[in-house]
Design a binder for this molecule. Sequence first.
Ligand SMILES: C[S@@+](CC[C@H](N)C(=O)[O-])C[C@H]1O[C@@H](n2cnc3c(N)ncnc32)[C@H](O)[C@@H]1O
Length: 212
Amino acid sequence: MDRIAFKDGKIYTLDMKGGSPVYGEEIIEIEGKKFREWIPWRSKLAALIRRMGGHLPQLKGPVLYLGAAQGTTVTHISDLLPDSVIYAVEFSPTAYRKLASIARERGNIVPILEDAFHPEKYLPMVGRVNTLYQDVSQKDQVGMFIKNADMMLAGDGIGYLMLKARSVDVTSDPGKIFEEAASILGKKGWSVMEVVELDPFQKDHACLIICR
Ligand SMILES: C[S@@+](CC[C@H](N)C(=O)[O-])C[C@H]1O[C@@H](n2cnc3c(N)ncnc32)[C@H](O)[C@@H]1O
């Protein structure tokens, strides 16, 4: 059975915990299995899937996830990749506490309390990954992505950079910021395959899908 389901315009993941909500999301049953609703207003990856017309982008473990917060999106990736490891980096101790507690219950999430601007600190633990996912609201989001990708993303791996235009520059047009980000990545040897704007689910955000 697929680990992702679409019903009445909503997205669901097959709950590896057998039907326990993590953040108040709806639980439904399909063919005797419990699925958790994946809300595009709460998760940029769910917004990406909605904006891509229900297409689930390639997600191959191990995954390095930067900006895990309390683990909302991480838990859905954990549902989709039960046999892979998701290294989840978060630098807020408050968010990390909830993330670490969720990780203990699931078994395929490794929480890391670190600043993602310093990937050398977790490189020895993480090694090579096939997917790099980043969702941090910082000015130099592109610089952070490049540092991590250069060290850990496999040659044929895929990166998902959830770019918040307003964190880069509140005054510039978001479209221009997305173009500039693609140009910086290009100069550092990374190709942007697609730029998917996440409005109306996530205002002034785009997902840049990146490969070598
Ligand atoms: C928009 S929230 C992430 C939401 C989460 N990705 C989700 O979908 O459930 C951004 C998170 O990035 C974290 N963050 C910001 N700067 C960071 C840094 N330098 N290193 C690690 N985490 C960072 C923040 O503490 C915050 O929890």
